[in-house]
Design a protein around this ligand. Structure first.
Ligand code: BDP
Length: 718
C-alpha cells in the first residue's frame, strides 16, 4: 500500500514536471525533453552531433534549430563539427556546399526534386554511420531539418530512413487581412502582429518566430495586408517597413506580397484615372513596381480584390478582369513577380444568385490571363461557410492556374471561442471530384496543376494569427495554421495524421491523451456544422460581425446581404432551389459532379438545403421528416459540444494548467454558444414549419424575441 502510494506520488510529480505552465507561444516547436526513457536512449544512440558547414543565413538557422532542439529533446549537449570525426552525426547541407553529401550517391534522388524538396537518409560515409539531410537549396535543407525534428518530436524511428518529400504546390501562402491601424479584418486573436509604427527600426522578435513557425510547416509566402486594400502601403515610407519584414523572412524561405488597391494611381499617384488601358496608369504601375523591387529584390507580387464588395477595379472603367490583371502582370513580369487575382467577385447590383456570379464573370476569360497571373478561388461559391460544395470554377477554367483560398480564421465557424479543426474541411474540398476531365478530376489535381499541367500553382489561406500570446486566440486553433501548411505541402496527408502530429508536438504524446484528442479534433468541425448550419443551410450568421445566429434578418438593402435570402424558409419548406426550377447554379457543375445533388430524393443530405427547397414533411434517409431531422442535428450538435467538454476535462493530467484552464473555459463558452445557435434557429424556423420540437428534447428556455434582441456592436474582426 505504502509502495503504491509512493509510486503514485512519483507519477504525479513527474506529470507535474511535464506539465509546467505554458502560454502556447511556442506553438508546435516546444522541444520539451522526451520523457520515455527507452525512446530517448534510442535517439541518443542514433545521434551524436551535428555536422553543418555554415554557408548562409538559412543554413545557420538549420544548424541552430537542430542543436537547440536536440539538446533539449534528448537532454544532451550536441557536438557541432565540420568534420566527419565520429559515428551518428547529422550531416545537413546542400551537395554543392558539402562534399560529403555530394559524394554520397544521392544525385539520382536529388535530380528528381525541385528546389524545395528534401531527402533524409541513413548513410555510411568513410566507415562512419550518419544521417544526411539534404536538398538542392538551403531552404530545402531547412525544410528537411524541421521534418527531421518533427520525426523525433512525434517519436518516429530513425533507422532505415528513406524520406523523399517535395511540396505538392509551389505557393503555400498566408493571407493576412491586416490593416494600417493594426486592426485585423475577421481577426479573433488580438491585433495585427505587424507593428507598422515601429517598423522598420524595431524588429519585434515575434517576426522571427513567425517566420520560423511558417518555415517549419513549409509556408513560403505571406501577403501582409488586407484584401480590402489601402494604397498607403505602396508609399515609400511603408515600402521600407515591408522591406524590413522581407529581410527577416528571407532566410526562412518566405517571400512577401502586398495587396494592390486598384485605384492607387489616383489615391497616391495623383492621376485622374486608374483605367488599366490608360498609358499613364500603366506607366505609374511600372514605376511603382520598379520602386518596390529596389526596396525588396525578391518581392513576390500582388494579391488583388477588384470589383467586389465595393472595391475599385477595372470594371469601373468598363474594362475586364483580364485587362486589370494583365496590366499589373506585364509591369511585374520583368522581375518574375506574379499577380494573384481574386475570383471572390459578386456585385450587389447583380440580381443573379450570388453562387453563380464568379463563374459568369470568369469562365469566359479562361485563356486570356498572362502566364504570371493566378486566379485565387475560395473553396466554395458563397463564402467560407462551415460546409460548402466545392466552387464550380474548379475544373471550369483549364487554361488558367487556379489557386485555392481557404479561410483559417474562423469567421463563420465560431470565431475565437470555438474548436473547429479545419483539416477535414480542407480535405473535403480537395478530394471533391469536379469530373472536368472524367472521374478522378479532383479539386486537388486542379489546384496542384497536375490536371491541366500548370507550373504555377498554390494554396492560400486567410490567417488566424494575431498579437495574442498564443498567436491564434483559441489555443486549439493553432492546429488550423499547422494543418494549412502541412496540407499545402502534401495534400494526401490525412486529417488524423495531421491532428496526431500537432497534438503530440503541442501537447502530449501520451496514448491516453491522443486516443481521445485525435477523434475529438477530427470530429469538431462536423459538430460545428451540425449546430450551426446542418443539412446545407448557410449564411445565417449575425449581420456584419457574423457572430452567432440571425436567420431572421431581412431588412438589409440588398437581398443577398440578408440571411433569409439563403435559407428561404416559408410555410412550404426551407432551402435554396439551385436546380433548373430555381437559380440553376447546378448547371455550372459538370454533369457527373452535379448528379449527386440534382435530384432531391438522392441528393447528398449534407448539402440538401444548399441545392433544394424541401418540404418540412419530406422524409430523409433516417426516416425522420425534414423538420425532425433539423431538430435532431441541432440537438445532437450541441450535445456533442458537451461531450467534447467532458472529454477535455479528462485531459487535465496531460496538459499544463494554464492551457488546460483556458481551453476548459472556452469549451464552456462554445457549449453556451451551441445552445444559443440551436435554440434561436429552431425557434425561428418553427415559425414556418409550425411543427413541434420532438418531445425527447428539452425545450429552449428563452423566447425567439430574446434571441432576436441580442446585439454585439463590439464583436471583434469587423
Ligand atoms: C467575407 C468577409 C469580408 C472579406 C471578404 C473577402 O466577411 O470581410 O472582405 O470575405 O473575402 O467573407 O473579400
Amino acid at each position: 500500500m505504502i509502495i503504491r502510494k509512493f509510486v503514485f506520488t512519483l507519477m504525479y510529480c513527474s506529470l507535474l514536471f511535464v506539465c509546467k505552465a505554458e502560454n502556447g507561444y511556442e506553438l508546435w516547436l516546444r522541444y520539451l525533453p522526451i520523457n520515455d526513457k527507452t525512446l530517448i536512449q534510442k535517439y541518443r544512440n542514433n545521434i551524436s552531433g551535428v555536422l553543418i558547414i555554415s554557408t548562409s543565413a538559412t543554413i545557420d538557422i538549420a544548424k541552430r534549430e537542430l542543436t537547440t532542439a536536440l539538446n533539449s529533446l534528448l537532454r544532451a549537449q550536441m557536438v557541432t563539427t565540420e568534420k566527419l570525426d565520429r559515428n551518428n552525426l547529422i550531416v545537413a547541407g546542400t551537395p554543392s556546399a558539402n562534399s560529403l553529401i555530394k559524394n554520397a550517391g544521392l544525385e539520382p534522388m536529388l535530380n528528381q526534386l525541385d528546389d524545395e524538396g528534401f531527402i533524409i537518409v541513413n548513410k555510411i560515409i568513410n566507415t562512419k554511420k550518419c544521417i544526411i539531410i539534404t536538398g538542392n537549396t538551403d531552404v530545402a535543407v531547412l525544410y528537411g531539418t524541421f521534418h527531421f525534428l518533427r520525426m523525433i518530436q512525434t517519436g518516429q524511428s530513425l533507422s532505415s530512413l528513406q524520406v523523399v518529400s517535395a511540396p505538392h504546390v509551389k505557393l503555400r501562402m498566408l493571407n493576412h487581412w491586416d490593416n494600417l491601424d493594426r486592426t485585423v479584418e475577421r481577426g479573433y486573436a488580438g491585433s495585427s502582429i505587424w507593428n507598422w509604427h515601429t517598423l522598420p527600426g524595431y524588429i519585434d522578435p515575434r517576426y522571427i518566430d513567425y517566420a520560423r513557425a511558417n518555415a517549419s510547416i513549409g509556408i513560403n509566402g505571406t501577403v501582409l495586408t488586407n484584401v480590402n486594400a489601402n494604397a498607403v502601403f505602396l508609399t515609400p515610407a511603408y515600402l521600407q517597413k515591408v522591406s524590413a519584414l522581407a529581410d527577416v523572412f528571407r532566410p526562412y524561405g518566405i517571400k512577401v506580397y502586398l495587396t494592390a488597391r486598384f485605384s492607387a494611381p489616383i489615391e497616391i499617384g495623383k492621376l485622374k484615372t486608374a483605367d488599366p488601358l490608360d498609358p499613364q496608369v500603366q506607366e505609374w504601375w511600372k514605376q511603382k513596381i520598379q520602386e518596390i523591387y529596389r526596396e525588396i529584390p525578391d518581392f513576390g507580387g500582388f494579391l488583388v480584390k477588384a470589383n467586389s464588395e465595393g472595391q475599385p477595379g477595372p470594371q469601373d472603367y468598363k474594362r475586364t478582369h483580364t485587362d486589370g490583371a494583365n496590366m499589373l502582370a506585364d509591369a511585374i513580369a520583368p522581375y518574375n513577380g506574379i499577380v494573384i487575382w481574386r475570383a471572390f467577385v459578386y456585385s450587389n447590383e447583380n440580381p443573379v444568385d450570388r453562387h453563380k456570379q464568379a463563374y459568369h464573370d470568369f469562365v469566359p476569360l479562361d485563356g486570356q490571363f498572362k502566364s504570371n497571373v493566378l486566379l485565387q478561388v475560395k473553396n466554395g461559391a458563397i463564402d467560407f461557410m462551415p460546409r460548402e460544395p466545392f466552387h464550380p470554377l474548379f475544373g471550369a477554367m483549364p487554361k488558367t492556374p487556379l489557386m485555392m483560398e481557404f479561410q483559417v480564421t474562423q469567421e463563420y465557424l465560431g470565431q475565437g471561442t470555438t474548436l473547429a479543426f479545419l483539416a477535414p474541411l480542407f480535405k473535403e474540398t480537395m478530394e471533391s471530384d469536379t469530373y472536368s476531365k472524367g472521374k478522378g478530376s479532383t479539386v486537388a489535381k486542379v489546384i496542384d496543376g497536375s490536371l491541366d499541367r500548370h507550373v504555377l500553382n498554390g494554396i492560400a489561406a486567410v490567417s488566424n494569427i494575431g498579437s495574442d500570446i498564443n498567436w491564434t486566440g483559441h489555443p486549439l486553433s493553432q492546429a488550423n495554421w499547422y494543418a494549412l501548411g502541412r496540407l499545402a505541402w502534401d495534400h494526401s496527408l490525412t486529417s488524423e495524421k495531421i491532428a496526431e502530429e500537432w497534438l503530440r508536438m503541442t501537447f502530449s504524446s501520451r496514448d491516453e491523451f491522443l486516443k481521445i484528442m485525435i477523434p475529438l479534433m477530427c470530429e469538431s468541425r462536423e459538430t460545428v456544422v451540425q449546430y450551426m448550419n446542418p443539412l446545407g443551410l448557410h449564411h445565417i450568421m449575425g449581420t456584419s460581425h457574423h457572430y452567432g445566429p440571425a436567420p431572421w434578418v431581412n431588412t438589409l438593402s440588398r437581398p443577398e446581404w440578408n440571411p433569409v435570402y439563403y435559407h428561404k424558409a416559408d410555410s412550404a419548406g426551407i432551402g435554396f432551389d439551385r436546380t433548373a426550377t430555381g437559380s440553376n447554379a447546378l448547371s455550372q457543375y459538370f454533369p457527373e459532379a452535379r448528379k449527386r445533388w440534382e435530384d432531391v430524393s438522392t441528393c447528398e443530405e449534407k448539402n440538401l438545403l444548399w441545392f433544394h427547397h424541401v418540404p418540412w414533411t419530406f422524409k430523409l434517409r433516417s426516416g425522420r421528416t425534414l423538420w425532425d431531422e433539423l431538430c435532431y442535428n441541432y440537438y445532437t450538435g450541441a450535445s456533442k459540444v458537451k461531450q467534447m467538454q467532458v472529454s477535455w476535462k479528462k485531459m487535465q493530467p496531460f496538459v499544463d494548467s494554464q492551457r488546460f484552464n483556458q481551453i476548459d473555459m472556452l469549451f464552456q463558452v462554445q457549449y453556451e454558444e451551441a445552445l444559443w445557435w440551436r435554440n434561436a434557429c429552431l425557434l425561428y424556423f418553427q415559425t414556418f414549419s409550425s411543427m413541434p420540437i420532438p418531445s425527447q428534447y428539452e425545450k429552449p428556455d428563452k423566447t425567439l424575441e430574446y434571441y432576436k434582441s441580442l446585439r454585439f456592436p463590439f464583436a471583434p474582426g469587423i
